[in-house]
Ligand binder design. Structure first.
Ligand code: CA
Length: 229
C-alpha cells in the first residue's frame, strides 16, 4: 500500500484529500504546519507528498527544496494562487505537479495515481536484474555471488567463485594456470600457480557429479583448463 503525506494548514482541505485517498486504498498522514511537515517528510518513508505552498512555520518552497536533496518521491504542490504555481515552476524546485485550489478531489486522486505509477516504473527500471550465468544445471548468480547446482546452493569462497565465474563466462576457451592465476589473484603476491590447481579441485568437488569425469571444468593436459559448453 502506498503511503502519502499531506502537508496542509487548512485542515478541512487536508481531511477532504485524506478521505478521497483512503477510499482509493492509500495510507495517509496529515500534518498541519510546515515545521512538523518537513520533519515528517524527511524522517518517515512516504511514496508521495501533497504539499501546500503557504504554510505556517516553513513554507512549501523550502520543504520541497529540502526534501529534494534526499528523496525523489513525487511531490504535488498545491496553491490557492495561479501566480504562485507559475513562480514555483520558474524556481525549478523539483515538484512533479501543481494543483490550484479549489480542485476536484477526483482530479487530485487521478494525478496521485498517475505519479505513483510513473514513479514505480522509474524505480523498477533502474533496479538492475541479477546477472545470472546458467549452464546445464549450474547457475551462477553474479550479483548475489551465489552458486547453485540443480537448484541446490553450494558455498564458495571468494576466489573459488571468481575462478568458476571467469571460466564459465569464457566457455571452450583453454586457459593456462598462469593466465588464470594472473586473472583471479592479480596483484596478490601470496601463492603461486599451484593455487589454481587447488582451487579447481575444490570447485569440482562442489559442482561435479563425478570429479573423475568432470562435465564442467575439463583439464587440458599440459596446458590448463577450459569450461565445457
Ligand atoms: Ca495554506
Amino acid at each position: 500500500m502506498s503511503r502519502i503525506l499531506i502537508i496542509e494548514d487548512e485542515e478541512s482541505i487536508a481531511e477532504l484529500e485524506k478521505d478521497y485517498l483512503e477510499i482509493n486504498g492509500y495510507e495517509v498522514d496529515m500534518v498541519f504546519n510546515g515545521t512538523d511537515g518537513l520533519d515528517k517528510a524527511l524522517n518517515s518513508e512516504y511514496d508521495l507528498m501533497i504539499l501546500d505552498l503557504m504554510l505556517p512555520g516553513i513554507d512549501g518552497f523550502e520543504i520541497c527544496r529540502q526534501v529534494r536533496k534526499t528523496k525523489d518521491i513525487p511531490i504535488i504542490m498545491v496553491s490557492a494562487k495561479k501566480e504562485d504555481i507559475d513562480k514555483i515552476r520558474g524556481l525549478g524546485l523539483g515538484a512533479d505537479d501543481y494543483i490550484t485550489k479549489p480542485f476536484s478531489p477526483n482530479e487530485m486522486v487521478a494525478r496521485v495515481k498517475a505519479h505513483l505509477a510513473r514513479f514505480e516504473r522509474l524505480v523498477g527500471s533502474s533496479m538492475p536484474k541479477n546477472e545470472i550465468v546458467e549452464i546445464r544445471g549450474l547457475k551462477i548468480d553474479k550479483t548475489a555471488r551465489r552458486v547453485y547446482i540443480n537448484g541446490e546452493e553450494k558455498n564458495f569462497t571468494t576466489k573459488e567463485f571468481d575462478l568458476l565465474t571467469f571460466l564459465a563466462e569464457h566457455p571452450n576457451h583453454v586457459f593456462t594456470k598462469e593466465e588464470l592465476f594472473k586473472e583471479i589473484w592479480e596483484m596478490e603476491s601470496v601463492g603461486d600457480i599451484a593455487t589454481v590447481t587447488v582451487h579447481i579441485k575444490k570447485i569440482r568437488e562442489k559442482i561435479e557429479f563425478n570429479t573423475a569425469k568432470p562435465q564442467y571444468i575439463e583439464t587440458i593436459w599440459g596446458v590448463g583448463y577450459r569450461f565445457k559448453m
